[in-house]
Design a protein around this ligand. Structure first.
Ligand SMILES: C[S@@+](CC[C@H](N)C(=O)[O-])C[C@H]1O[C@@H](n2cnc3c(N)ncnc32)[C@H](O)[C@@H]1O
Length: 263
């Protein structure tokens, strides 16, 4: 079953903003460390394959992609979309938090996009241990940073923002999600294991040319905030109505590159 938050339509709506936001210079840093071909790239939580579509367009080398997701429908869309004369693909359905060093051995890159904030501290520690144990680079992009700017600003922005962040950090089925603490948790996990870590901001900047995404994001942001803090529900309709008249949104994210340390 497709989790509502990961509907292909939502992933498609955000793909251009994600592509514009990713910190492309981290690719150059990673690329300068890898000379073996074909490149073998694992995409964890690949969804419909947006990260692969972005990255294949920037890599001339022959590539083999290993796509991981637990959602079979998203996985098959991703597998079908990564095509090219130099590109081969395999899909692996399952829980990526169960991956260990042996599963990632030989990778040129382990990557993920919009994933870490959905995980727990233990799960991020486990992924860092798997990457470092395999001695492979990791590029984890677009983790929410917990800061949002709206223009024009309103006093209620802070209340909705705080409730949304608390929602992202909620406990689901006994799992305490990292939400906006994810990038820092990943940096600490990799550094504790001796990796060399670089971070970059990767904000969405949503103006009038991204009004459909801004509106959908805002509905989800307000909805999650109200779920977390029901007192806000009375304010939500008026807030959304005022915002529908036009708003610029900056949603801050963080990209994390972790390279194996000297062994
Ligand atoms: C927010 S979506 C991002 C999709 C894609 N990376 C992108 O940037 O468009 C998160 C993806 O991670 C997958 N996912 C989340 N937790 C997972 C887990 N524990 N095991 C496997 N897949 C997982 C979801 O099914 C979903 O496809």
């Amino acid at each position: 079953m497709t989790t509502p938050g990961f509907a292909p339509e939502w992933l498609a709506l955000r793909e251009r903003a994600d592509a514009d936001a990713r910190a492309a210079d981290l690719l150059d840093v990673w690329r300068s460390t890898v000379d073996r071909e074909p490149l073998v790239i694992h995409d964890l939580g690949c969804g419909t394959g947006a990260m692969g579509r972005w990255l294949t367009a920037r890599l001339a080398a022959a590539q083999h992609w290993v796509l991981h997701d637990r959602d079979p429908r998203l996985l098959s869309l991703a597998g079908a979309s990564l095509t090219g004369p130099n590109t081969t693909v395999q899909t692996r359905q399952g829980d990526l938090t169960a991956l260990r060093a042996d599963d990632l051995a030989g990778a040129s890159l382990v990557t993920a996009s919009a994933l870490l904030d959905l995980l727990t501290a233990e799960e991020v520690n486990g992924l860092a241990a798997a990457c470092v144990g395999a001695g492979v680079p990791a590029l984890f992009t677009l983790s929410v940073a917990g800061t949002v700017e709206l223009d024009p600003a309103e006093a209620l922005d802070a209340s909705f923002g705080a409730a949304f962040n608390a929602h992202q950090r909620r406990v689901v089925d006994g799992r305490a999600l990292l939400g906006p603490a994810a990038a820092t948790a990943a940096v600490e996990a990799f550094e504790a294991l001796g990796a060399i870590v670089t971070t970059r901001p990767s904000p969405w900047r949503l103006g009038p040319d991204q009004s459909a995404l801004a509106a959908e994001w805002l509905r989800g942001w307000v909805g999650a905030a109200c779920e977390q803090a029901p007192d806000l529900a009375a304010e939500a309709p008026g807030y959304l109505r005022r915002r529908a008249e036009g708003v610029h949104v900056v949603v801050h994210h963080t990209d994390v590159l972790a390279l194996p340390g000297a062994s």
